[in-house]
Design a protein around this ligand. Sequence first.
Ligand code: ADP
Ligand code: ADP
Length: 228
Amino acid sequence: GTSLRIEGVSKTFESNGRQVEALRPVDLKIASGEFVCFLGPSGCGKSTLLSIIAGLESASSGTVFANDRAVSGPGTDRILLFQEAALFPWLDVQKNVEFGLRQAGIPARKRAEIAHKFIELVHLKGFERSYSHQLSGGMRQRAAIARALAIDPEVLLMDEPFGALDAFTRDRLHSELESIWSSTQKTILFVTHNVREAVALGDRVVVFAPRPGRIVRDFRIDLPRPRS
Ligand code: ADP
Ligand code: ADP
């Protein structure tokens, strides 16, 4: 697994000649296999921090370490940012899930085997040949999660991934994400502005406040959770 150490990470944007402090210096340690929710209203720097951890945005100060190595750019250390779940509309579910594996040069038979495993994990068996427009929103989201997991990221960063879904579908995806988490032991950082969602999902909740973006609470939820 992969642990993260965030040391003095801050971000200031230059906007019309004005400096906007998006994020005050953050220090966080996230253990391998932790499921952490970043909770806060919009504009408090949650997405900025996630992009910095993903290596997609540079910090104004500080460093992110993955297993004690500095994260230096996108895709390093198998950190994956899962934003919106757009499936490639010209590919069916099976091909979508295989997409990253194909890019990684994994041979066809092995690709199919891995895709099969993750399609089963998100309960989309029978929909391998379906296209995006033939699926419900929840099913698309599950297919996108399968596609993300198939490339076996060590750290999964999720930025309001279920924001556009109705509460019922969201609850079902929560259960699936939890069971995926307990069976794969991934490190998961999950951004949300929804208190219920953060408390339902995380085994730790880090609370942000805006203007300037900063961390105001960091607590652990000690529920006995079944972990296989
Ligand atoms: P959140 O994800 O919590 O909604 P963000 O990280 O998106 O917050 O934004 C934090 C602050 O940084 C906001 O005030 C936002 O307006 C500002 N900000 C984000 N991205 C940029 C940018 N590219 N240029 C200027 N300001 C930005
Ligand atoms: P979700 O909550 O994951 O979005 P739904 O509640 O929309 O799923 O659908 C429940 C089940 O109904 C699905 O798992 C699937 O078996 C079936 N279903 C939903 N939409 C479709 C569709 N467009 N084509 C075929 N089956 C569907």
